[in-house]
Design a protein around this ligand. Structure first.
Ligand code: AMP
Length: 191
């Protein structure tokens, strides 16, 4: 059983890596960003509540994302490997995920952090925003705000996983294949 987190700044390619890993290792892929965007698109009450938060590039409250992940895990009572993409993003979320996985008797194996400079992240996000028409991806001041949020709230949780000896950092400045091959080598060591 393999349970992993894919983390990294916005624009580091975590979504692309997560999709490839989920497919190749047969993991159930949970992306809190995708789940939240779906709520916004469908204009559900939750979607209406979080839309301005996503638009600003702030983080949605811990309670909301933790309960989304908790119910998604409950939908898969059978033994399966899980991949968390864009979650956890705060210390409280990291601690909640530990508890949820412990309850399932399925501890986390590894957090994979994608490393990329802010300048390259920003350039990639702005390009994606134009291609995918994502409004949180087209405004440079919002993009910079998301990068600051990442450095302030999310990057520090790396220590949580380092302490547990469940952390690896990978350079994602080259092609998606290059990033995937580095991750594959890390996973080969724990599988
Ligand atoms: P992403 O697609 O992962 O970059 O997420 C897009 C947006 O969704 C973020 O900028 C946040 O507003 C929100 N979001 C996604 N995941 C989380 C999370 N784990 N905690 C709080 N907010 C989140």
């Amino acid at each position: 059983m393999l349970n992993i987190i894919v983390a990294g700044p916005p624009g580091s390619g975590k979504g692309t890596l997560a999709k490839t890993l989920a497919e190749k290792y047969d993991l159930i892929h949970f992306s809190t960003g995708d789940m939240l965007r779906k709520e916004v698109e469908q204009k559900t009450p939750l979607g209406q509540k979080v839309a301005p938060i996503l638009e600003r590039g702030d983080l949605v409250s811990d309670n909301i994302v933790i309960s989304m992940i908790s119910s998604s895990l409950d939908e898969h009572p059978q033994m399966h490997g899980f991949l968390f993409d864009g979650f956890p993003r705060t210390q409280a979320q990291a601690e909640a995920l530990d508890r949820l996985l412990e309850d399932k008797g399925e501890p986390l194996n590894l957090m994979i952090l994608l490393n990329l400079s802010d300048d390259v992240c920003a350039a990639r996000i702005l390009r994606r925003g134009t291609l995918e028409n994502r409004s949180d991806d087209t405004d440079i001041s919002k993009v910079k705000h998301r990068l600051t949020t990442y450095h302030t709230l999310t990057k520090p949780i790396v220590d949580h996983y380092k302490k547990q000896d469940k952390f690896v950092a990978v350079d994602s400045s080259q092609t998606p294949e290059h990033t995937f091959n580095q991750v594959k080598q890390c996973l080969n060591q724990i599988l």
